[in-house]
Write a new protein. Structure first.
Length: 225
């Protein structure tokens, strides 16, 4: 059995990525007759025994385990519906939203999260019908206060974060901003130099194909200070 496509190769829908027995299908692929095949036009990524394809363009498709930034769009009797900058909305239930008892007859859910609130939330499950369940039970999850949110293509998220977080770390350090990058391409920025940080993120998005980009962005940020 062999690997047909290597890390970062660009593939099209229907392309075979690998026939290796010890590699399992991840996001953006499916398995058929012992082969793992791409669903999308995108780039190949091997990670912890899985092979994935990150779409080159298009809207975010929720995947279990993703940390995303969403906006509360509806509050019902016992849950919240959350927009994920995706064709699919997510559901946040009471038992995965707060770690305290809520009396549905006495308490108002809008005291916790109201329509228009921006939240960092975790995708806990996605079924075949694309019902997306969410949770706040992760140390990275919280309601966002102030700041601004900008959108980048989900396929550019790894570039904005950088290897081991180096790219986003230097943007934070040189702008003094807090930055959270959601896997759905929503980027929250808060600080005195929000505009500069947003410009830096957009610059990374535009120039994502270039090599040595972390150093180039660092030099560019130095020039702007």
């Amino acid at each position: 059995m062999s690997r047909v496509k290597e890390e970062s190769d660009i593939v099209a829908p229907g392309d075979t990525l690998t026939e290796e027995d010890d590699v399992r299908p991840g996001d953006g692929v499916f398995q058929e007759n012992g082969k793992i095949i791409s669903k999308y036009i995108g780039s190949v990524r091997y990670d912890n025994g899985y092979v994935n394809v990150t779409p080159m363009s298009g809207r975010y498709i929720p995947s279990e385990g993703d940390i995303v930034i969403g906006e509360v769009e509806h509050v019902s009797y016992n849950n919240w519906k959350v927009s994920l900058a995706s064709p699919y909305e997510g559901m946040l239930r009471i038992d995965t939203a707060v770690d305290e008892y809520i009396d549905l007859d006495e308490d108002d859910l809008t005291d916790y999260y109201d329509v228009g609130d921006a939240i960092v939330v975790k995708v806990t499950s996605v079924n075949a019908g694309m019902d997306v369940n969410l949770s706040m039970m992760d140390k990275r999850c919280r309601k966002l206060e102030g700041g601004r949110i900008i959108q980048i293509p989900p396929s550019k998220v790894p570039r904005v974060i950088g290897k081991q977080g180096t790219m986003v770390k230097q943007i934070k350090e040189q702008t003094g901003c807090k930055i959270i990058v959601g896997q759905n391409g929503q980027v929250w920025i808060r600080g005195e130099k929000e505009n500069l940080a947003a410009r830096a993120v957009k610059k990374v998005e535009r120039e994502a194909h270039q090599s040595g980009l972390t150093d180039k962005i660092g030099e560019w940020l130095e020039e702007q200070r």
